[in-house]
Write a protein that binds this ligand. Structure first.
Ligand code: ZN
Length: 174
């Protein structure tokens, strides 16, 4: 009995001590440094978290399927695979700058392809074993929207091919 109450006191103490540090770091976790292409500067922006219901009401059916359910649009069907205009490709879900037209090239795959993101800060990657082979998934670092995959068969200077769904992107002409 005495031992149990000692444990209770200990657990309460440890729990109590943890409240303040975790509260403080949670606030920091919600913000992150991103690259803003229009100013050419790094800026602190809030990360975006929404419920599936909120994403569904904001996005079209296809945009939702690709960005939130790791979907892939059919090759050659997207808006931007053949777009050669100069500008910035941004996240369709949160507007973050993702890829510049300066790094876009014709990969012949039917998906918009880039050899580099606008900044490593803006684009996250994760290993994806879905098709029984390891691929590297690419997502928006601000809202988590799935964008596509990156493969090591791109052109110079990086040798990378960021194979991105048009449905994950908006385009801002410059
Ligand atoms: Zn985003």
């Amino acid at each position: 009995m005495r031992q149990i109450s000692l444990w209770v006191v200990l657990v309460l103490l440890v729990g109590g001590l943890n409240i303040y540090p975790s509260y403080g770091s949670k606030e920091l976790e919600n913000s992150k440094v991103f690259y803003d292409a229009s100013s050419g500067k790094e800026v602190v922006m809030e990360k975006i978290e929404k419920t599936n219901k909120e994403w569904k009401s904001q996005l079209t059916k296809e945009q939702y399927h690709v960005t939130r359910e790791q979907g892939t649009e059919r090759a050659f069907t997207g808006k931007y695979h053949d777009n050669k205009e100069k500008g910035m490709y941004t996240c369709v879900a949160c507007d973050l700058d993702l890829f510049s037209s300066e790094t876009k090239y014709d990969s012949g795959t039917g998906w918009p392809s880039y050899w580099e993101p606008v900044s490593k800060e803006n684009v996250g990657t994760e290993t994806d074993n879905k098709l029984f082979m390891a691929r590297t998934e690419v997502h928006c670092a601000r809202c988590g929207a799935h964008l596509g995959h990156v493969f090591p068969d791109g052109p110079e200077p990086t040798g990378q091919r960021y194979c991105i769904n048009s449905a994950s992107l908006n385009f801002k002409k410059v």
